[in-house]
Design a protein around this ligand. Structure first.
Ligand SMILES: [Zn+2]
Ligand SMILES: [Zn+2]
Length: 493
């Protein structure tokens, strides 16, 4: 009943807008949001500062309004991050003193030493995520904030914002900090370790970059961006874009809608949108519009299988060899954990156990269940699996702790016969497991699980299940204050 009502209203709205603008075949829908984890379209009102909206079905965060100023607070932390980063590049991290001989290392020493030992690819990877990416991320944020502060936002600002979102996870300063901590703990037993200013700068950089993220409000930047009146559909047609406010009760059919993966703008076409087809450039951010990630299931499966192939050698082969006065033995990931435990570093050994053993296994098992569930159109624990997917995406990068620790140890313990650490092939396999499973999780589209189960055919309308008289317009996402204030801005009709 309510579904037919929606469709009739939608047809009327389309024909009404056509009579005024004959070529308008796309509508930018305001007030609706698609959950990126489960694919449910739902009503999201304008949020008050400090409030966040969560998906009704899977609990994923849909939108969040920061309480801080749009430019001021993130700009202050961004400038702090830039200053810390620039100083860090020319500072040393630590000095190791073995029987009077000293060795001082900086951020780049690890990647360079890995290159000397024949592990150039891993050296490049470590340099990329610990040296280059933090700089790129800070520069992108500075440019975005500058663009957003201009009276008319330049066209490059949204493009940089999409790149920021894409690359943010590859800046692993916080994971590197833990890698330094584990390396330091292992070295304290061996010899005299003198922490240099770089370690404190690194800690400061981690905090200031986290502060940028927690004060930056991408949502408001997108809102202030004008939606282009035309859309290039990549098939030689220039379609005009009309506006539609879902809060007025006009809801397009779900099969006709998609949301931009970069700026979350919901667009409604006058026909069914194919699942993976390129539908043109987003009229707000310019990214390619697709309803679902292309070839998601097959590419995630391939990467996961590759990750599983490297998993056994990653755990069975030694990851590094530590020799002292000519004696020593290669150690594996698990023997590193046991050594920490035996040295009385119980919390640290549990942390490494979690990051290096539990997280990769969890990622592999969770993604396998999700892929098989999607293939067999299962409805088994979809809500929990969606939560698990978000967890897998967040914690995946923390497994790099061991790789970072080895990169620091090979650089700092470099005293020839007296004491020496060399990297071993197990480290390459382990890094491959981490990277392959990160990509597998990125390429997997969790909305596919709900699609396959046939649960994505309607806009959120929980009242429809319990009552014949469906609530209209569709139910709003769950709004909760992330602060003490409790009132909500009234929806704008
Ligand atoms: Zn959801
Ligand atoms: Zn967009």
């Amino acid at each position: 009943m309510s579904d037919r009502f929606h469709k009739r209203l939608w047809r009327n709205a389309v024909s009404f807008s056509r009579s005024q603008e004959p070529h308008a075949s796309i509508h930018a829908v305001e007030g609706l949001r698609e959950c990126p984890t489960c694919g449910l379209f739902q009503h999201v009102p304008r949020l008050k500062p400090g409030h966040l909206a969560e998906c009704l079905r899977c609990g994923c965060q849909l939108a969040r309004r920061r309480k801080t100023s749009l430019i001021g607070a993130p700009a202050a932390f961004c400038i702090t991050s830039a200053a810390l980063y620039a100083t860090l590049l020319i500072s040393s991290l630590m000095t190791l003193n073995v029987y009077g001989r000293e060795n001082t290392v900086s951020l780049m020493s690890g990647p360079i030493e890995l290159g000397h030992q024949g592990y150039g690819a891993i050296g490049v990877l470590v340099a990329l995520v610990t040296v280059l990416m933090p700089g790129v991320i800070i520069a992108l944020m500075a440019a975005i904030l500058y663009g957003a502060s201009r009276p008319q936002m330049p066209d490059w600002t949204p493009r940089l914002l999409t790149w920021y979102d894409r690359l943010r996870g590859w800046s692993m300063v916080e994971v590197y900090v833990l890698g330094v901590l584990v390396a330091y703990t292992k070295l304290v037993d061996l010899a005299l370790v003198i922490l240099q200013p770089g370690v404190y700068l690194l800690g400061g950089l981690m905090l200031s970059m986290a502060a940028v993220d927690s004060t930056f409000d991408a949502e408001r930047i997108w809102r202030s961006r004008d939606i282009s009146p035309t859309l290039d559909d990549h098939q030689g047609n220039l379609l005009s874009v009309a506006h539609l406010d879902a809060r007025n009760g006009v809801i397009p059919p779900v099969k006709n809608m998609l949301s931009c993966h970069a700026c979350d703008l919901v667009l409604a076409f006058d026909h069914t949108v194919p699942q993976e087809q390129d539908m043109g450039d987003c009229p707000r951010c310019g990214q390619i519009l697709r309803r679902r990630k292309p070839q998601s299931l097959i590419s995630a499966t391939c990467l996961l299988v590759a990750g599983v192939v490297f998993y056994l050698p990653a755990n069975l082969l030694p990851v590094m060899t530590y020799t002292k006065v000519g004696q020593g033995a290669p150690s594996t990931i698990i023997s590193g954990v046991i050594e920490l435990w035996q040295a009385g570093m119980v919390p640290l050994s549990l942390l490494v156990l979690f990051a290096s053993i539990t997280v990769p296994v969890l990622k592999i098992v969770a993604l396998t269940i999700m892929i098989i569930g999607t293939r067999f159109r299962s409805r088994w624990h979809l809500r929990n699996l969606s939560k698990l997917y978000r967890l897998v995406v967040i914690i995946g990068r923390w497994s790099m702790i061991d790789v970072f620790m080895i990169s620091i140890l090979v650089a700092v313990v470099h005293f020839g016969f007296l004491a020496n650490v060399t990297a071993d092939p197990g480290m390459v396999c382990f890094a491959l497991v981490v990277i392959l499973t990160i990509f597998a999780a990125e390429l997997f589209d969790p909305r596919g699980m709900w699609d396959a189960a046939g649960l994505n055919d309607a806009v959120a309308d929980p009242v429809a299940d319990s009552s014949a008289e469906a609530e209209f317009p569709p139910a709003s996402a769950a709004i909760s204050p992330s602060s003490d204030s409790n009132d909500m801005e009234p929806e704008r009709a």
